[in-house]
Design a protein around this ligand. Structure first.
Ligand SMILES: C[S@@+](CC[C@H](N)C(=O)[O-])C[C@H]1O[C@@H](n2cnc3c(N)ncnc32)[C@H](O)[C@@H]1O
Ligand code: SF4
Length: 454
């Protein structure tokens, strides 16, 4: 099986046909007005994209570019980020916004030295009164250096999501990773030594391997999970390897030179993950995320889907709740645009309340596993009946209820164990057909006239 955007049967069909969006070019004045008018909540999350990596992994679907030892480019980029923060600060000063969560993803934020996070956090404190705390994504090879980890923590990094992926050399090589299993162990030790508050590790399964080798086996995945639970980490996130048309390894998978395990194995791996991590004391916080610290989780997907989220940096996406925007995916264009005092937004669209309700419901139910009716009403001002009951989406939920994939309770709707694999299919069909397609199209053209999704 190939986990690409066409391979989830009915769920791929629904993702391609039920969700349609058009991003268009928008003038600077209209951007300012749209952001102010649609940011209704007084608390927002903030995402900063760092689009640089030391090398590019074979199946990576993100907006990222290889960077050598060009520290000048990083310095220019962080200066541009600070200018962008200032521009948002000026625009939103009347709103008295509170920044609830600051997260840097990529790409590889751990490439940056601590002083750059200090600059970013100082700028956020100056413009939004934000607390000097930031969660970052990190690569094990950067964190095997203890002094670098202390430098990051001393400059405001409080949470880290580490891209371990696997403890198996063969799997790491198949993904095109530069680090070894020992680097990951060393990085985790360094994070504890430095006193980071919360550590998540990312793991990957359904890893493509050369067709003349054996495919990744269930036993290899089990060994990875067993190794992960032995470590003292707060959260374990497990992703199946998704294949986008624009990743390096796409043509190898398409030609059959490399192969992924079959669909039955995919299903078995999903339930094995659930059983091993739950019985080791990790509580499911998402369909792919398991946490040991009750009430905590390292994620931004809720913000991306539900808003409000201010997205900053080259390739970042933002969603105020009523307005969704994509920053340009070209680093030089991003830096130039911000230097000229402009918002570097390459395309944007308005999102009505009904679409927001469906995004919220989908995210809560098929990613977070539970939808609370009270929370939905608090977030959107109206109950579920108003948006969903008589719509196609309402009928879709009824079908899932009748087939035992979700359960209605008085306080909300719950994903069942039977529904877990369905939720995985829905989630990954959506990710591959919507956000990945958006990145693909904006990567092709830094300032497109119009982008149609899917
Ligand atoms: C932006 S990266 C994290 C930080 C760092 N760049 C790294 O890779 O270690 C986010 C995570 O996405 C996951 N990922 C990468 N390629 C993927 C793919 N093709 N399908 C699913 N998840 C993927 C990996 O688990 C990775 O840790
Ligand atoms: S998976 Fe992480 S390190 Fe690899 S190319 Fe993507 S963002 Fe960079």
């Amino acid at each position: 099986m190939i986990l690409d955007r066409h391979s989830f049967g009915i769920w791929s069909f629904i993702a391609k046909h039920a969700f349609k969006a058009v991003f268009t070019k928008i003038g600077q004045l209209s951007v300012s007005r749209a952001i102010i008018d649609t940011l209704r909540e007084r608390e927002t999350a903030l995402y900063i994209h760092i689009p640089f990596c030391r090398s590019i992994c074979f199946y990576c679907p993100y907006v990222r570019f290889p960077i050598g030892r060009d520290s000048k480019l990083i310095s220019k980029y962080v200066n541009a980020l600070c200018s962008e923060i200032k521009a948002y600060g000026n625009l939103l000063k009347e709103l008295d916004l509170k920044i609830a969560d600051i997260h840097a993803g990529g790409g590889t934020p751990s490439l940056l030295s601590g002083r750059y996070f200090k600059m970013i956090l100082e700028s956020l404190a100056e413009n939004f009164g934000a607390e000097p705390r930031i969660a970052i994504e990190a690569n094990p090879e950067d964190l095997r250096d203890e002094a670098h980890v202390f430098d990051l923590v001393d400059n405001g990094v409080t949470e880290v999501s580490l891209g371990v992926q696997s403890f198996n050399e063969r799997m790491l090589k198949s993904l095109g990773r530069r680090h070894t299993p020992e680097d990951s162990l060393m990085a985790i030790e360094n994070l504890h030594e430095a006193g980071v508050e919360y550590t998540n590790i990312d793991m990957m399964y359904m890893i493509p391997t050369r067709s003349h080798d054996s495919p990744q086996s269930i036993d290899e995945w089990r060994a990875d999970l067993e190794k992960a639970i032995e470590l003292d980490v707060d959260e374990i996130t497990c992703y199946p390897t998704l294949i986008t048309d624009y990743c390096i390894g796409y043509r190898w998978v398409k030609s059959g030179e490399v192969v992924q395990p079959d669909k039955r194995t995919f299903k078995k791996m999903v339930y094995l993950t659930e059983d091993i991590l739950s019985s080791a004391g990790f509580e499911p916080v998402e369909i792919y995320g398991y946490s040991k610290k009750s009430g905590w989780k390292y994620v931004t997907v809720n913000y991306e889907m539900e808003g409000p989220l201010l997205g900053l940096g080259c390739g970042a996406m933002g969603f105020t709740g009523g307005f969704e925007y994509q920053n340009t995916c070209s680093v030089p264009d991003y830096i130039q645009s911000v230097r000229e005092g402009k918002f570097p937004i390459a395309g944007a669209r308005f999102v009505d309340l009904r679409e927001r309700a469906i995004r919220y419901t989908t995210c809560r139910l098929f990613v977070c596993r539970h939808l609370s009716f009270v929370e939905l009403k608090r977030k959107l001002g109206e109950g579920i009946d108003k948006f969903i009951k008589k719509s196609g989406f309402g009928r879709f939920l009824q079908l899932l209820r009748l087939t035992g994939r979700i359960k209605y309770r008085t306080e909300g709707i719950q994903l069942t164990r039977k529904g877990l694999f369905t939720a995985h299919q829905i989630c990954w069909a959506f990710v591959l057909n919507v956000p990945c397609r958006i990145s693909e199209k904006f990567l092709k053209d830094p300032w497109p006239e119009k982008v149609h999704i899917p």
